[in-house]
Design a protein around this ligand. Structure first.
Ligand code: FAD
Ligand code: NAD
Length: 462
């Protein structure tokens, strides 16, 4: 098993539970990007401001919040979530799960063969009886913008692990990392400028990015949309970012948040006939096409660059590797035990901005593009009784995209404060293909924000 991020750990765990022996190879920290430089530290940076905002939106509680964030306490709490970038806890879990761990850079060196080069240069050759799985994840992509690499830019790693808050931060990109880090650093006191070559959160329902852009501006950020970055220059303590609009943005640091690139350049893909530097594509059992022994899961497959979805793929992969090894039945029809079917139509994602964006399944545009006859149902979440009790002047919007021919929900998007916990109900509706007629019988409790479901159904009609 190459890579001990959340995905590698789960493939290994499932294969061990299935009766196999597993060696996990890790070159940095057991727990991967998610634990140390992505999901956990970013959410730890965001949560304190969200808690303060929640209190400030409720008269009575608002009066109790008299100060600003304690920045050092926020950073200290973030450090506790990353265990100060030490992986002892995760190593203990690996050992407890009966998985062997070898530290070093792993490379494919033959059929079912991996060679691990340790930090001191010693090598260990491992030959698998059944399978090799690759879950080496992804790195931040730094695009070819003139001067950018020489300007010593931050990537998501520096943004999530910074020990000090820069006075000003320019962010190139308009996706999830850019918007979340803009939200976090604004709350920590930086002057933030976000430079996006498109609108924000492209690929989601348009009203999501529009709401986030408006909110970032209200919170004090400068948001430049449809703006290309043309040149970046660092002079001493300052970075100058020239843009297509003619504006030059200056900041103490520049964060590049322009997507990911697969960690496959140096893992021996050429030895097995694949191209180094490419994403690794698989079938729905996570087996690499053309191989009976090579599997991949998680970010490296480019199916859905999310921890929960990678771990879902990992459960399928670990279980199917064990089943194929033991000769037990394989359940690889859509929605079977050994396939990651949901990757195609039911991927949930929360963007932890303020307001939050929670979505699953297809947007209206994506559904139409897929040839589905859709009806779009929109509703203002603030009109739901539970939302008005939750926060004074609650503002948010929900969209349900209905597949008219199949009478099921193809996608749902919620934008608003604290909508993240609404998402699992939507995921169940989409993945479960629950008929609209039956959803009427899933009665949301009064007065909760979940009553948005009732309002969406009433707007749809029956
Ligand atoms: C800033 C940020 C915030 C994010 N927030 C969220 C979030 O809130 N929710 C969410 O679901 N997703 C989030 N993501 C995405 C999430 O981090 C990834 O989807 C997830 O980490 C993928 O897991 P993985 O195991 O595939 O890869 P990784 O976590 O990257 O782990 C891969 C592991 O493989 C190791 N490795 C690589 N090459 C080798 C080799 N040759 N030999 C040995 N070991 C090797 C690496 O050192 C690493 O430990 C975020 C991403 C970023 C950048
Ligand atoms: N809360 C979460 O679930 C969460 C949080 C952060 C990251 N992630 C995952 O991590 C992945 C990476 O996030 P991300 O924000 O880096 O990627 P992204 O794909 O979400 O956004 C990339 C952004 O960079 C822009 N861009 C791309 N190339 C560019 C260029 N050459 N010049 C200027 N702009 C350019 C794109 O237009 C887009 O706005 C995502 O796929 C996401 O799923 C998830």
């Amino acid at each position: 098993m190459l890579g001990a991020g959340p995905v590698g750990e789960n493939v290994a765990d499932r294969a061990v539970r299935g009766g196999l022996t597993v060696v996990l190879v890790e070159k940095e920290l057991v727990g991967g990007e998610c634990t140390y430089w992505a999901c956990m530290p970013s959410k730890a940076l965001l949560r304190p401001a969200q808690a303060v905002r929640a209190a400030r939106q409720v008269a009575g509680a608002a009066q109790a919040v008299t100060g600003g964030l304690d920045v050092q306490a926020v950073l200290d709490r973030r450090d506790s979530f990353t265990s100060n970038w030490k992986d002892d806890g995760q190593v203990a879990w690996v050992e407890g799960a009966g998985i062997s761990l070898i530290r070093g850079q792993g490379r494919l060196t033959g059929v079912r063969e991996v060679t691990v080069t340790a930090a001191d240069g010693t090598t260990t050759v491992l030959t698998a009886r059944h399978a090799v799985a690759v879950a080496t994840g992804s790195d931040a992509l730094v695009p070819d913008i003139e001067g950018l690499r020489d300007a010593d830019p931050w990537t998501s790693r520096e943004a999530t692990s910074a020990k000090e808050v820069p006075a000003s931060l320019a962010i190139i990109g308009g996706g999830v990392v850019a918007t979340e880090m803009a939200t976090a650093y604004l709350s920590l006191g930086s002057t933030v400028t976000l430079i996006s070559r498109s609108g924000l959160l492209a690929g989601m329902e348009p009203f999501a990015g529009e709401a986030v852009a408006e909110a970032l501006r209200k919170q004090g950020a400068t948001v430049l949309l449809d703006t290309e970055t043309t040149r970046v220059t660092r002079t001493g303590e300052e970075v100058a970012i020239e843009t297509s609009g003619g504006t030059t943005v200056t900041a103490a640091e520049v964060l590049v948040a322009t997507g990911r690139t697969p960690r496959t350049r140096d893992i021996g893909l050429d030895v097995v006939g694949l191209k180094p530097g490419d994403w690794i594509s698989t079938d729905d059992t996570m087996r690499v096409e053309g191989f009976d022994w090579l599997y991949a899961a998680g970010d490296v497959t480019h199916r859905a660059l999310l921890t929960h979805q990678g771990k879902y793929q990992a459960r399928a992969a670990g279980d199917v590797i064990a089943a194929r090894a033991q000769g037990t039945p394989v359940s690889d029809a859509p929605w079977g035990k050994h396939v990651a079917t949901a990757d195609h139509s039911a991927v949930p994602q929360v963007t932890f901005t303020d307001p939050e964006v929670a979505s699953v399944g297809l947007t209206a545009a994506a559904a139409q593009k897929a040839g589905i006859r859709v009806r779009v149902v929109d509703y203002e979440i603030g009109q739901v009784a539970g939302a008005s009790v939750h926060a004074d002047g609650y503002q948010g919007k929900a969209r349900m995209v209905v597949d008219e021919d199949r009478q099921v929900v193809a996608g749902v998007t919620f934008v608003g404060p604290d909508v993240s916990e609404l998402l699992q109900a939507a995921t169940i509706a989409v993945a479960g293909e629950v008929p609209i007629a039956r959803l009427w019988h899933a009665v949301p409790a009064y007065p909760t924000i979940s009553e948005i479901w009732l309002r969406l159904l009433e707007t749809y009609g029956r």
